[in-house]
Design a binder for this molecule. Structure first.
Ligand SMILES: Nc1nc2c(ncn2[C@@H]2O[C@H](COP(=O)(O)OP(=O)(O)O)[C@@H](O)[C@H]2O)c(=O)[nH]1
Ligand SMILES: [Mg+2]
Length: 172
């Protein structure tokens, strides 16, 4: 089984996964290098004690936003879950993100994958509010047309809002 993290470039994938991977760290990086190719992050299960049968860690692969054409290489029936990261502070990017999300949901090999739509950078004062962002993504229309289960989580890599929820979603 594999886990993917996708989304437009600069939407905050690397920072989000870094903050989840190292729960103790406060990451105030203000710029980061565009991900060329893919990064793999190890995420630890926060459950203590660990329930019998639950995984201790999972590996999640970030697909760089520069390389949407290359993503297909990683689409397979064994993809169990996908984090789709959207930057709520980037108005111009939200509608494009909706198109990208649709292309993933329409992919024949990903019909059984579970999707978590991560609305990130919620710490920004000028972000789009949850409902506006969902409207711009046309999420209700998408939901009516696709077979995948979609969970929506609001997050920030700065305030750590939503990060525990994302980890829980990945393990459950
Ligand atoms: N304020 C704020 N900035 C963020 C957050 N997540 C990422 N960023 C910034 O957004 C930019 C792109 O982030 P990055 O993780 O490299 O995006 P990626 O291309 O999707 O991997 C960087 O300048 C980050 O510092 C967040 O939750 N809040
Ligand atoms: Mg990146």
């Amino acid at each position: 089984m594999s886990f993917l993290c996708v989304g437009p470039r600069n939407s905050g994938k690397t920072m989000l996964l870094n903050s989840i991977q190292y729960p103790g760290s406060v990451n105030f990086t203000t710029h980061s290098v565009n991900t060329v190719g893919t990064n793999i992050f190890t995420i630890h299960n926060l459950e203590k004690p660990l329930k019998k049968g639950s995984k201790k860690n999972i590996a999640i692969r970030e697909l760089g936003g520069e390389m949407a054409v290359m993503w297909k290489k990683y689409y397979s029936e064994s993809v169990e879950k996908i984090l789709f990261v959207v930057d709520t502070s980037n108005l111009c990017q939200i509608s494009c993100a909706g198109v990208l999300l649709y292309s993933i949901l329409a992919e024949p090999k990903l019909q059984k994958a579970k999707i978590c739509l991560v609305l990130t950078k919620m710490d920004y004062a000028y972000r789009q509010m949850r409902n506006e962002a969902l409207l711009m993504l046309q999420i209700e229309r998408l939901k009516a047309q696709v077979s995948q289960e979609i969970t929506i989580i609001e997050s920030s890599a700065i305030t750590r809002e939503g990060l525990d929820q994302i980890v829980e979603w990945l393990f459950n």
